[in-house]
Design a protein around this ligand. Structure first.
Ligand code: FES
Ligand SMILES: [Fe+2]
Length: 380
């Protein structure tokens, strides 16, 4: 192990031979780039995703676009240039590119008798869609994406969206930078054992409320599901919810799917709450957590969204602070371990990642790390 050159520690299973693909970033997926409200019409905003510098903009009709933030001529960031509502002009030699396709439309230095086929030149450009208050960008496997003279690789599916279960609902988001690799961000998110120690609050739960739990998991395409169940009886908000919704039962489903998505759905009678949380790699050592939640609970209570946001913000801040402290410990590449059963979801995550990479390398089937449904036990 070249511990000096690597910023990332290697996570070992119980057997030290078994290395995980720590901090590898998965290409060929949609990623959340920026909250929608950070990108105004006729503006250029730089953003970084999977160590790929991007410039995100929005045309006068409100449609977003994403280009590689490096001019295909001599690399000037296009975010330093100008956008006239249709074309982006590089600030260095004035080359112009169609904002949505990246195709070159003008090279001012050319004389009338010079026959360079400028329409064959493209600025790197990416699939870009807006969903639930976020601008998503498709990061293809072939890079640089469309830079130079190739067109972009289109996504086979459209960007994910938060599931909703009625026509009217509220939507809110939260975003926070995490000073760790995407893997630590993700396994921190799915780790059940940190709850009693990190997320203490009088209105939620106390450290003394720790008790044995048993949860059913099952494989789903490119991920796993914690099957529907009545959530922890030891938390006050759930008791309240059950009372309020006058529901016989509350069901919660939590899914994780590659590359970085945690889907949570809570349903109680006609009321529902749903969220899609993503942990997005910015660089190899930095990531960002974005939570987008939709709900029809408490819709008429004016302060409810603020309350919900406050609760979520508190949790996310507790996680962020924990990871900040953890990153200190990780600086010197300590050996780490994942234990059963509490860290089994983390093991599945690494298994899923490996299976995905293998499938992409060798073709063939996706070899899911789970054989079938399994019940895990832990105390939290
Ligand atoms: S570097 Fe962009 S036009 Fe030359
Ligand atoms: Fe947490």
């Amino acid at each position: 192990m070249s511990s000096e050159t690597s910023l990332r520690p290697t996570i070992f299973d119980e057997s030290p031979q078994q290395q995980t693909p720590d901090a590898l970033m998965l290409y060929g997926f949609w990623y959340r780039a920026l909250p929608s409200d950070r990108v105004h019409r006729n503006q250029l905003v730089p953003a970084m995703l999977l160590e790929t510098p991007l410039v995100i903009g929005r045309d006068p009709q409100g449609r977003p676009f994403a280009l590689l933030d490096a001019c295909p001529h001599r690399g000037m960031p296009l975010s330093c240039g100008r956008f006239d509502g249709a074309q982006v002009e590089c600030s260095y030699h004035g080359w112009r590119f169609n904002a949505h396709s990246g195709q070159c439309t003008a090279i001012p230095s050319l004389t009338s008798d010079q026959r360079l086929r400028i329409d064959r030149i493209y600025a790197g450009n990416f699939g870009c869609e807006e969903r639930d208050d976020f601008i998503w960008v498709y990061i293809p496997e072939l890079s640089p994406a469309g830079a130079g003279t190739t067109r972009r690789q289109e996504a086979e599916v459209s960007a994910p969206r938060v599931p909703t279960f009625s026509d009217k609902y509220k939507l809110a988001y939260l975003t926070s930078d995490l000073p760790c690799s995407v893997d630590h961000g993700i396994i921190g998110l799915m780790d059940p054992a940190h709850g009693p120690f990190v997320h203490q609050a009088w209105w939620w739960r106390t450290r003394e409320s720790i008790h044995e739990k048993q949860k059913a998991f099952e494989p789903i395409p490119y991920g796993f599901r914690m099957s529907a169940h009545t959530p922890s009886s030891n938390s006050a908000p759930y008791k309240l919810l059950k009372l309020y919704a006058d529901a016989d039962s509350i069901t919660t489903t939590i899914d994780f799917t590659l590359p970085n998505m945690r889907w949570e759905t809570i349903r109680a009678g006609k009321y529902w709450f749903s969220s899609l949380t993503t942990v997005t790699p910015i660089t190899r050592s930095r990531c960002r957590i974005d939570v987008v939640a939709a709900w029809n609970l408490f819709r008429w209570l004016p302060f409810a969204p603020e309350l919900l946001k406050f609760v979520f913000a508190k949790f996310v801040e507790q996680d962020r602070r924990t990871m900040e402290l953890q990153s200190e410990g990780l600086k010197h590449n300590p050996h780490l371990m994942l234990i059963d059963d509490a860290d089994r979801p983390a093991k599945w995550y690494f298994g899923l990642k490996q299976a995905w990479l293998e499938m992409r390398r060798n073709g063939g089937e996706f070899r899911h790390p789970m054989d079938g449904p399994v019940t895990l036990k832990w105390r939290s």
